[in-house]
Design a protein around this ligand. Structure first.
Ligand SMILES: Cc1ncc(COP(=O)(O)O)c(C=O)c1O
Length: 394
């Protein structure tokens, strides 16, 4: 379902952007440079490539032509100056945070986050002397009140995994800017088709490209988008040194996925809108969380800041955990699987899977109830998805 007028040329950009560097004769689609190192004719050329990295490729952990095409394409779609592809979504999150933060710094983060991101902030970075305050970021005032003199970054998701809570993008970016704090957002659920946080004033966007951007559950990959200065420092520092680089093969597979993202995402969202309406009227269901429903507490904000309401739905069953287990055991078309953004419809129970390693107390604070079921709505005929859930709920 569309809320605002769609940005013009998204499909054209998804297909053509970033490919300008390819030779005008030769392979039509970007070739894969499946190699780790690059050779030089002379010592001088080699020194030049080491001195000015924009002048050539040296070693794939430093950069690779297939990776560069993907990065240029994502930078255009996210309206950023530059992008850096990584080995996974978590490599994007950790590389961005390691580039920004040092011992003694403080972060303000949303309480509802993907569990890996929550764990980096709550465990790994805390161990290294970086403290995080988790807040209900649906209230931008709470984000501002948590900022301290040593706060370096605010870290958010919208829609958040798995609660589908939103943050006010413009308000949060403005707060970060006013306090001289770097704003980071994980845009995995919305995709660049759903919203471009940089146009609302965000500094850095991260993605798990494992999801919608690649789209077929064949890849694990991530990306960071931001200013050229930030991306250069992440590339030359944390990415290169900690080594979370994307493989050429995964960059190449992701390029194929991104080309069809606008088309796929439109269908994901149309299916999700119809399924959410069906679920909301089902007698076995207590509550449906979907930004496109009028009953979503932030529906007005969704209409204001999102081009599409997205392909992810969460809902609570009247029978709690037991009913959730029965449901996921009974579905036939929907696959019982974690991850999201696949062409197939995936169903999972966050409290016992994706968020199992988040403490019950932190889950409760974030609104991740034990009976919450999450669906990544696929591209099948929506009538077939509804029929499957209907028989499983019966
Ligand atoms: C919102 C979000 N961000 C980041 C990640 C981590 O991505 P990856 O599994 O590619 O490392 C996930 C994974 O599910 C996610 O849902």
């Amino acid at each position: 379902m569309t809320t605002k007028s769609k940005s013009t040329g998204w499909s054209t950009k998804a297909i053509h952007a970033g490919e300008e560097s390819l030779p005008k004769t030769g392979p039509l689609s970007p070739p894969i440079y499946q190699n780790s190192t690059f050779q030089f004719e002379t010592a001088e050329e080699c020194v030049a490539a080491f001195t000015d990295e924009d002048s050539g490729y040296v070693y794939t952990r430093w950069g690779n032509p297939t990776q560069s095409v993907l990065e240029s394409k994502i930078a255009v779609l996210e309206c950023g100056e530059a992008a850096l592809a990584t080995a996974s979504g978590m490599a994007a999150v950790s590389t961005a945070l390691l580039t920004l933060l040092a011992h003694g710094d403080h972060v303000v983060a949303m309480d509802s986050l993907y569990s890996g991101s929550y764990n980096i902030l709550n465990d790994d970075l805390r161990r290294m002397g970086v403290e995080t305050t988790f807040v209900d970021a649906t209230d931008s005032g709470a984000v501002e009140r948590a900022i301290r003199s040593n706060t370096k970054a605010i870290y958010l998701e919208s829609p958040a995994n798995p609660t589908l809570k939103l943050v006010d993008l413009a308000a949060c970016a403005k707060i970060a800017n006013a306090h001289g704090v770097t704003s980071i957002i994980d845009n995995t659920f919305a995709t660049p088709c759903g919203q471009q946080p940089i146009t609302f004033g965000f500094d850095i966007v991260v993605h798990s490209m494992t999801k919608y951007l690649s789209g077929n559950s064949t890849v694990v990959a991530g990306v960071i988008v931001g200013s050229k200065a930030f991306i250069d420092s992440a590339k030359k520092g944390a990415l290169r040194n900690f080594g979370g680089v994307i493989s050429p093969f995964n960059a190449w597979l992701t390029l194929h996925g991104v080309a069809t993202l606008p088309l796929r995402f439109e269908r994901h969202c149309a299916n999700a809108g119809a399924l959410a309406a069906f679920l909301e009227n089902h007698s076995a269901i207590e509550r449906v969380h979907y930004p496109g429903l009028r009953s979503h507490p932030q529906h007005a904000l969704a209409k204001q800041q999102m081009n599409y309401f997205g392909g992810m739905i969460a809902f609570e069953l009247k029978g709690g955990v037991e009913a959730g287990e029965k449901l996921v055991n009974r579905v036939e078309l929907c696959a019982l699987a974690v991850s999201l953004g696949d062409v197939r419809t995936l169903i999972c129970h966050p409290a016992s899977t994706t968020h199992l390693h988040v403490s019950p107390e932190a889950r409760r604070r974030a609104g991740i109830t034990d009976g919450l079921v999450r669906i990544s709505v696929g591209l099948e005929e929506v009538e077939d998805i509804i029929a499957d859930l209907d028989q499983a709920l019966a």
